[in-house]
Design a protein. Structure first.
Lengths: 161, 295
């Protein structure tokens, strides 16, 4: 079976790869492009650990075919920080200890980035609903939500304590 | 490893030719939120995937002849963000918005939800109640059929191998018309309907219902229309007697199975309760009461 040639922009850089039709975008990111930050939890779109931003929309990369990435722009967890400088969402997850095992964290951070890009001032309820597709079995979510709300405040320029 | 081909045609004709020319199973890809799960599990083994998203018009919403036309592959997030559609058809929009998470909303579509053929599909009762028309394209040309003629059983549709849905047409809305969708799930988010109910209706100036359509999900092999429930509403205000007749009609139409989500008895009772609650919201919206849940 011939592989398809795909050209996409990944984390701001043009990227080219070959993939088979049945390979998901997650498979391609991890196994072909070498970006292993996005995680495979359920492989059925339920857990959100593979979340990426594709042409401005939050998606599960396990539910996108690699070939569908042709011509798109994709942001993965590796594209959230600026060089060595953590994004405020990442910094707040650390400060609030919003993780334990860390497996869901890349997806949660990407999903939070997408939330705050669209809605810089979410209510806690809005944040909880937005993140309902990101499962975490460690934190009980409260620390996650505190980090999200704090990151939102910081990004709005409202420095809290 | 089986060989699986992929094509992303940029015209209806090319897509139809690819589907017609496939010797084995060919699957139409919109958002893929069901198809990729089925591919992964091995439940479907196509030889060809035809990605329809590059076909002009298949993603997007436009107004035409006083009604709305929704591209078959338009993601839920795009539909939800459309202010005009949300004002005219809040029930359809809230039904589509109930599917999955934010991530799923970035991809899931009305056509995918309909053609996946789940009896519990959230957007389908609302689409049925809305009296939506599916514009189907195939080798024999283009035909327009009521959406309730598409699903024929769990996972099955009436579409031929070389056919797919291009868009949905929603009829013009008379004054004092609105709709609503409710599903019952035992949690607040991210679950599959135990029962779903869509109601679309029109009131006269005195608040009497002049037209209604009621559909139920998850109580039969397909989503079903319930004409007797609509008949209970038409000609009446939403008084206690009307609600009782609506409840009875919905329960009588429900022919559910018992499974892990609920028993036959439970689902039947819930069908009546949901019909009453959904109708109450639709009445309030049609009367101009915002976010009405007064009943």
């Amino acid at each position: 079976m011939a592989k398809s040639y795909v050209s996409a922009t990944i984390n701001g850089e043009s990227s080219e790869f070959l993939c088979e039709t049945q390979q998901t975008l997650l498979d391609v990111l991890r196994d072909v492009v070498g970006l292993t930050g996005s995680k495979e939890g359920c492989a059925s779109g339920d857990c959100g650990a593979c979340s990426v931003i594709m042409d401005g929309r939050l998606v599960c990369s396990c539910l996108v075919l690699g070939v569908e990435a042709e011509g798109t722009s994709i942001t993965t967890i590796e594209g959230i920080a600026t060089g060595e400088k953590l994004h405020p969402v990442q910094q707040k997850f650390l400060e609030h200890a919003a993780l334990q095992c860390g497996f869901c964290t890349p997806g949660l951070i990407v999903a939070t980035k997408a939330l705050l890009d669209e809605n810089p001032n979410p209510t806690e309820t809005e944040a909880r609903y937005w993140l309902a597709g990101n499962l975490c079995r460690c934190t009980g979510y409260d620390k996650v939500i505190r980090a999200v709300m704090d990151a939102a405040a910081e990004l709005r320029g409202e420095t809290v304590g | 490893m089986s060989s699986l081909s992929y094509a992303a045609p940029t015209s209806v004709d090319d897509a139809v030719k690819l589907l017609a020319g496939s010797s084995g199973l060919a699957k139409v890809l919109s958002g893929g939120t069901d198809l990729l799960v089925q591919l992964r599990s091995g439940r479907v083994k196509p030889e060809l995937i035809v990605d329809t998203k590059k076909i002009p018009g298949i993603i997007g919403i436009r107004e035409e002849n006083g009604g709305f036309v929704i591209g078959a592959g338009t993601p839920g997030a795009v539909v939800e963000a459309h202010a005009g559609l949300t004002a005219a058809w809040p029930g359809l929009v809230e039904a589509l918005d109930l599917i999955g998470s934010t991530q799923i909303q970035g991809r899931c579509s009305l056509a995918g939800n309909l053609c996946n053929g789940s009896p519990a599909a959230d957007s389908v009762p609302a689409l049925f109640a809305a009296n939506a028309i599916a514009v189907v394209v195939g080798s024999k040309g283009r035909r327009e059929i009521p959406v309730e003629q598409i699903p024929t059983g769990p996972g099955r549709t009436s579409l031929a191998k070389d056919e797919f849905i291009l868009e949905f047409k929603l009829p013009p809305r008379p004054a004092r018309s609105s709709d609503a969708y409710l599903r019952f799930i035992p949690r607040t988010e991210m679950d599959i309907a135990v029962v779903g109910c869509g109601v679309s209706l029109t009131l006269d100036a005195k608040g009497v219902c002049t037209a209604a359509r009621v559909a139920l999900g998850a109580v039969a092999p397909t989503v079903i229309m319930v004409p007797a429930a609509a008949a209970a509403l038409i000609g009446h205000t939403l008084d206690a007697d009307t609600l009782a007749k609506l409840d009875a009609a919905a329960q009588a139409a429900a022919k559910p199975i018992s499974d892990k989500r609920g028993t036959i008895e439970y689902r039947t009772k819930i069908a009546g309760v949901l019909a009453r609650r959904t109708a109450a919201i639709a009445f309030d919206r049609a009367a101009g009461i915002k976010n009405g849940k007064a009943h």
